[in-house]
Design a protein around this ligand. Structure first.
Ligand SMILES: Nc1ncnc2c1ncn2[C@@H]1O[C@H](COP(=O)(O)OP(=O)(O)OP(=O)(O)O)[C@@H](O)[C@H]1O
Ligand SMILES: [Mg+2]
Length: 395
């Protein structure tokens, strides 16, 4: 009798190494970001030559312009070079959207530096001091990247940034052990910060521009070599993908089209990606709502989002919170979880709005009394529902 699992596993695939297209993969070479990498190296040169001189950098740029990839790639390289020179330099990359609050950010930071720290409830102030002590005691220098800083600033303002900048400033001539890299999409948000913060950060701003079609093409060509079998895609199809993604200048979108088109080709037992596969996935991917943003949502938020996508049936542009709450209860039953109380339900809604996935507004005239209306402007409900169902797994 044929073995289904074995057959499936030995079926030929157009992927040579699919992990090279995963959202967390950081390529060793970043085409078209050479000058920015050079800029970072020249900024941090002094930190390597005279450890104790810290630096601060802001990286800005639109979605998918390579901010995260640039910082991580630089971090990997500088740590290797520092260790060859006998400098104890660590690179720590923290995502402020994923960690949510100053407290969790600091907690993560301290745990990275000292994994066996007791799990007692420290305050943010204590965590800052503990971090400082660890750095001094172990003679460590760090480059801390706060990625998606926009979220922290919108949620809590600039206090953490301020404390981090001031951390070693209290004593005169103290060894500066903490360098900061802040990544944000919006430079306008940065301009709105306190003037003392702006002045201490603005010497080094690296602005990443959206990629052109030709630049996306080189990025795709390099990744194709790493991820796909030879001849699995022709130059014409690569150009086609680059042209589609060039509207946003978004490399993530380009790579996701490539990956999904590959999956369809595999599912159809084709040995190469065809233009039709690309057209098919193009209609399915919405670059505005990122897959990793959905993936990182807590379970409860995912179930609420599922309820919202079901409540907003295809004919509806808005749903009321009470309608949504009813459907939410059904979803909770389906997943065998206790529905959250109204106040928490409300907080989760606000959280989804902060993440930019849904929008809410107060109803105008025409409805009985005032109520909040929920809408989903950036992604079709059917596609969101499917994405969330995949993430939640089978019931
Ligand atoms: N120059 C490049 N060469 C190769 N791959 C790249 C390049 N720029 C970006 N990428 C890839 O494109 C994807 C998106 O890049 P990245 O995550 O760095 O974007 P971002 O600017 O941080 O976007 P966001 O604002 O959404 O966080 C990643 O998979 C990354 O590896
Ligand atoms: Mg990023």
């Amino acid at each position: 009798m044929p073995n289904i699992v074995e057959d499936e596993l030995s079926r030929p695939s157009i992927f040579k190494d699919e992990s090279k297209l995963s959202i967390d993969y950081v390529p060793e070479h970043l085409p078209h970001r050479e000058s920015e990498l050079k800029q970072l190296a020249s900024i941090f040169r002094v930190t390597l030559e005279k450890p104790g001189n810290s630096q601060r950098v802001i990286i800005t740029g639109n979605i998918g312009t390579g901010k995260t990839a640039l910082a991580k790639n630089f971090g990997n390289q500088i740590v290797t070079i520092a260790s060859k020179r006998g400098i104890n330099l660590h690179y720590i990359h923290i995502n402020c959207r994923r960690e949510r609050t100053s407290f969790t950010i600091l907690n993560r930071l301290v745990k990275t530096l000292h994994p066996r720290i007791p799990r007692r409830g420290f305050s943010t102030e204590e965590l800052l001091q503990i971090m400082k002590e660890i750095l001094v005691e172990k003679d460590i220098h760090i480059i801390l990247t706060l990625d998606e800083l926009d979220f922290l600033l919108k949620r809590e303002g600039e206090e953490l940034l301020y404390s981090l900048i001031r951390l070693f400033d209290e004593q005169l001539n103290a060894v500066q052990r903490l360098s900061l890299v802040g990544i944000m999409r919006s430079e306008a948000l940065f301009r709105g910060l306190d003037s003392s913060i702006i002045s201490s950060l603005q010497q080094n701003i690296i602005r990443l521009k959206e990629y052109s079609a030709a630049q996306l093409e080189t990025i795709l060509i390099e990744r194709v070599k790493e991820a796909l079998q030879t001849n699995a895609i022709t130059n014409e199809e690569i150009k086609f993908i680059a042209d589609i993604a060039a509207k946003q200048g978004d490399a993530r979108y380009a790579l996701e089209i490539l990956w999904r088109a590959g999956k369809i080709a595999d599912a159809q037992n084709k040995t190469r990606i065809l233009p039709e596969h690309i057209r098919e996935v193009k209609s399915e991917i919405y670059p505005v709502v990122r897959k990793d943003v959905l993936r990182d949502l807590p379970f409860q938020h995912k179930t609420l989002l599922l309820a919202i996508s079901r409540a907003l049936t295809t004919e509806k542009a808005y749903v009321t919170t009470s309608e949504t709450e009813k459907i939410y209860r059904v979803v909770c039953e389906e997943y065998n979880i206790e529905p959250r109380r109204h106040t928490q339900f409300w907080e989760h809604l606000k959280e989804l709005e902060k993440q930019g996935i849904i929008t809410t507004k107060i109803s105008g005239t025409g409805m009985k009394g005032k109520t909040t209306l929920i809408s989903l402007p950036d992604i079709p409900t059917s596609i969101l529902e499917q994405e969330i169902l995949n993430l939640l797994g089978g019931v």
